[in-house]
Write a protein that binds this ligand. Structure first.
Ligand code: GLY
Length: 376
């Protein structure tokens, strides 16, 4: 069974190398344009290729994974060069008003600390966790998704994606001995478990709490089809994020929530198991697929498989479908085709995405070289 996964992994590491060669220390954009990565557009006074937005950590995370899998120093050298860029970004305060600090700093600086004992990277990771802690909104105890904490449009709003940023906080408590980070992570995850997950195991994309009283108010989508539908990638973030909250906190209810979300995802897949961008669509629809949701869900199922063997066979089926229908051809600088960034916003439709590539690589690594997987 592992032969197709090994072959796909070899092709994926070659694509990471192609992309690293093309971009050097610059960062590619969030997603490909007409099938190829371009330089990330500049902003905030910074040039094209600068470390901006929420997805740059995925490039660095792929480099660390390839360093582990291949043992080639060129990958570790490129990843280490990125770490300096993440340190500068935190120092200069570039686009940090976001819950996405875990995507950025777990995959870059925490990995650098874990793999190379780079003490400066550990300090940057801790400073990023401190920054994330400042986004806790009381009395709800949720981590606000976007924007300034006094922005009336965003105040009290959390997002399902944020579950993937909690490992930064759990790591900060573990490495520093200070329990405040883990405490905040668990409070936030409990609020999402109780309110962002619906009774049928599907999820809202975002949810608002009353900033004054902390009362739960309402779910609302941002990138999904509508408020009542289930955005496929959000559901995948929930599967993996709650499984990781269980790993770090030991709370059994998080494991059960992840399993419920996985079951709801599984029964809404089309017959070829490549999710549509929103789970409201199914066989016969001409809507685009979001392969990245399949890759993230596969990683979540592999986390669940630690205690639930049937989750592994589902993950293998998902990854097999991704290899069969979405793997990029040889020579590409991307790994996984047919993702969607933001369909209502008209961004990145039927393109490869940095996060889709990362989680596809992580899933292949988990299946073939489990000892090389970095812990989140
Ligand atoms: N975290 C943003 C997204 O998944 O599009």
């Amino acid at each position: 069974m592992s032969e197709p996964f090994d072959a796909a992994l070899a092709r994926a590491t070659r694509a990471v190398q192609t992309c690293a060669h093309e971009f050097g220390t610059d960062f590619p954009g969030d997603c490909t344009l007409a099938g190829r990565y371009r330089h990330r557009p500049g902003a905030a006074g910074l040039p094209d290729g600068a470390n901006l937005g929420w997805t740059t950590g995925f490039r660095t995370g792929m480099l660390w994974l390839c360093a582990q899998v291949t043992g080639q120093e060129r990958f570790a050298d490129a990843a280490s060069a990125d770490v300096a860029s993440f340190a500068a970004r935190l120092r200069d305060g570039v686009e940090l008003d976001t819950h996405d600090l875990g995507f950025l700093y777990s995959l870059s600086c925490v990995n650098a600390w874990l793999l190379t004992r780079d003490a400066a990277a550990r300090q940057v990771g801790l400073a990023a966790a401190d920054r994330l802690l400042t986004r806790v909104v009381e009395p709800a105890g949720i981590i606000q998704a976007w924007g300034s904490l006094d922005d009336p449009a965003q105040r009290g709003r959390a997002i399902v994606d944020s579950l993937m940023n909690l490992p930064l906080l759990y790591w900060a408590s573990q490495t520093s001995g200070d329990p405040r980070y883990a405490h905040a992570a668990t409070r936030h995850a409990r609020q999402l478990r109780d309110h962002i997950v619906r009774a049928d195991g599907t999820t809202y994309h975002t949810f608002f709490w009353d900033p004054g009283t902390g009362a739960p108010l309402r779910g609302a989508t941002h990138q999904g089809h509508d408020d009542a539908s289930c955005w496929a990638r959000g559901q995948a973030w929930a599967i993996y994020g709650f499984a990781l909250a269980h790993r770090h906190s030991g709370e059994q209810l998080f494991w059960e929530t992840s399993k419920r979300c996985a079951d709801a995802f599984w029964v809404r897949l089309p017959s070829d198991r490549v999710p549509y961008w929103d789970l409201v669509f199914t066989d016969g629809s001409s809507q685009p697929r979001d392969s990245s949701a399949g890759a993230i869900a596969a990683c979540g199922l592999l986390e669940l498989a630690i205690a639930s063997p049937d989750a592994r066979s589902k993950a293998e089926a998902l990854v097999t479908s991704l290899i069969d229908h979405c793997a990029a051809p040889a020579g590409s600088d991307a790994l996984l085709l047919h993702g969607v960034y933001n369909l209502p916003g008209g961004e990145g439709i039927d393109e490869a995405t940095l996060w889709g590539d990362y989680f596809y690589l992580e899933a292949l690594t988990r299946l073939t070289h489990p000892a090389c997987v970095l812990p989140w």
